[in-house]
Design a protein around this ligand. Structure first.
Ligand code: NAD
Length: 555
């Protein structure tokens, strides 16, 4: 466990055009690690927790200091190896090699259980890196906002004629990821009721402008939601409560929810708050008797999911939002846990077949004017893409930065490398004052094996095959990425996923242009390969059009 000793302190990323490391790739890793822990960005920076329950950026403050010192001194022909949040070694490599390689929370399959992981974490031997926490490319709630916006846009297109106007979405969890839901729903013109057990989280979302209002109690939330729906007025309402009580209660009352989902931290039974306990009591029980805590959390999750299934039976659009809630309910003995689908097979897979997914960047100068220049570049480059243009315009207006100015949008194969080249040009010509860091999260087409999320219900049944994320990490390493990471357990929890991250730095040099072209082509192309291999015709067609060689499809 991380120490909370004398070295715990507020951290922010260095800004400006002067670097403190020997080159920009190292500087970028250092700034993004610090940015992950910026109090504006991280959920619990004092514990090195960035988001997603206990997703950490470094294992301990001592390890954090050692990483920073090592990056400051790291040469252009050296690579730092980070083992679950501690800097394990520095090796002589070459200038095309990544400056940092990261492995987080990986366990041999028979030992890959939450209990064993908890034991090893307690012993100080490993760290849970979630997805972009341990791969140093978390950019605050905006990161998930785009994915959440895309998901709700797809729900609207599939079920409600292209808009959520006049509909109510019921969800829970206003944490680092879940906090994006209210804004994503109102951006799609809908009404959101968000149940959250921790009032501090509700306050934080109000402060950041992601949530419009907080209701006094549940009846008040119901009144406000139905009034806004009747006027077809977008509105998001936070309400304090435990989802395992509130969701079944609302189903019982016949609350007219059109869409129901959830983003409590159910991937980690220690982070899900069981019913019947105040927050303080939950903390005490977790510390005193973790086994009993887990038992009660799972029991509550059964109630929660039964409530969601009651909404399904009543005709609502119900989907799992990638937090492992259904698996826990199933483990708790609830037979109908998988009656409703995960969001990927329901809405996202066709985009994965085209290598489309989250593409994010941050300007290392910290200057909002630099971000504005990159926004303009994206708008110019993809002026015909209505969805992207609408998103960037809305995001500029409604998204408050957390930490370094950053943006995310969804781009596919053939688009990412174009924008990467454009960004590198902006740096080379001085239109942007310092380099730009480009990465993605792990809600991605080629870099994830997660049978209850990204790879749920694959056409050929290959949901649990994890060769693909390994190949993705190796390919990005071979293609010139600035840092590459391989993780276990992100999103849905320990034992349930393996996934890889990648970051590349546009520093304006010719070498960066070559590396960006390869990484930003090969990374999404590996997703197209994975989906073509699983038998998706659209993916095979994209590969053919692009001249991407897939030997088994050429026979
Ligand atoms: P978080 O830990 O920051 O927030 C979870 C929130 O749920 C907290 O605010 C907590 O108070 C609240 N909560 C816990 N139990 C509750 C209960 N019984 N009733 C009401 N509220 C409760 O986590 P996060 O970063 O917001 O992530 C949420 C979940 O989504 C995690 O399981 C994460 O792994 C998963 N996730 C999803 C995606 C995606 O793309 N959909 C991506 C990454 C992570």
């Amino acid at each position: 466990m991380p120490d909370d000793g004398p070295t715990a302190r507020p951290v922010t990323a260095p800004r400006g055009t002067e670097r403190t490391c020997r080159n920009w790739a190292q500087e970028a890793a250092l700034r993004m690690l610090c940015n992950n822990l910026d109090p504006e960005v991280a959920e619990r920076p004092e514990d090195l927790v960035v988001y997603g329950g206990s997703g950490r950026a470094a294992r301990s403050w001592e390890a954090f200091d050692a990483i920073v010192e090592t990056l400051r001194d790291l040469g252009d022909d050296e690579t730092l190896l980070v083992q679950s949040g501690q800097p394990a070694g520095v090796f002589r490599t070459h200038e095309w090699a990544p400056r940092v390689l990261i492995a987080n929370a990986n366990l041999v399959p028979d030992w890959a259980t939450p209990g064993e992981f908890g034991r090893l974490e307690e012993a100080g031997l490993t760290m849970y890196g979630q997805m972009t926490a341990g791969s140093w490319i978390y950019i605050g709630t905006q990161g998930i906002l785009q994915g959440t916006y895309e998901t709700f846009a797809a729900v609207a297109a599939q079920r409600f004629g292209g808009s959520l106007a006049g509909t109510i979405t019921l969800t829970a969890g206003l944490g680092g990821m879940g906090g994006a839901q209210p804004l994503a729903i109102t951006m799609n013109d809908g009404v959101a009721v968000c149940v959250e057990v921790d009032p501090a989280r509700i306050e934080r979302r109000l402060e950041h402008g992601y949530l419009d209002e907080v209701a006094g109690d549940l009846d008040d939330a119901v009144r406000r939601a139905t009034a806004a729906r009747d006027e077809r007025r977008p509105l998001s309402i936070g309400v304090r409560g435990n989802a395992a009580e509130v969701v079944p209660d609302l189903a019982e009352q016949g609350f007219p929810a059109d869409v129901v989902t959830d983003q409590t931290s159910a991937h980690d039974l220690h982070a899900y708050v069981p019913t019947g306990l105040e927050l303080k009591e939950a903390d005490d029980l977790r510390a005193r008797d973790p086994e009993e805590y887990r038992r009660r959390a799972r029991e509550s999750i059964v109630e929660h999911v039964a409530g969601m299934v009651a909404f399904l039976d009543a005709g609502a659009e119900v989907f799992d939002y990638g937090n492992g809630l259904r698996s826990e309910a199933q483990l708790g003995g609830y037979p109908r846990a998988f009656d409703y689908p995960g969001f990927v097979p329901a809405y996202i897979r066709p985009q994965f077949c085209e290598g489309r997914g989250p593409f994010r960047w941050a300007v290392l100068s910290g200057d909002p004017a630099d971000l504005a220049a990159t926004d303009e570049a994206a708008l110019a480059e993809f002026a015909d893409d209505d969805r992207l243009v609408r998103w960037i315009r809305e995001a500029r207006e409604k998204v408050a930065f957390q930490g370094l100015p950053a943006r995310i949008c969804w781009l596919g194969l053939g688009e990412r490398d174009r924008l990467g080249a454009h960004f590198n040009e902006l740096v080379a010509t001085g239109r942007v004052s310092a380099p730009i860091v480009i990465g993605r999260d792990h809600l991605d087409s080629g870099s994830v094996a997660s049978p209850h999320r990204e790879t749920e219900a694959m056409a050929d049944g290959s949901d649990a095959i994890a060769d693909w994320p390994v190949l993705n990490a190796l390919l990005n390493t071979a293609s010139g990425a600035s840092w590459v990471s391989f993780h276990h357990g992100g999103g849905v929890g320990i034992g349930r996923s393996l996934h890889a991250g990648v970051v590349a730095v546009a520093d304006g040099t010719e070498l960066a242009a070559e590396k960006l072209e390869r990484v930003l082509t090969n990374d999404p192309a590996s997703g197209v390969m994975r989906h073509a291999d699983a038998g998706y015709e659209r993916a095979a067609e994209v590969a053919r059009t692009r001249g991407q060689r897939l030997p088994m499809r050429e026979r």
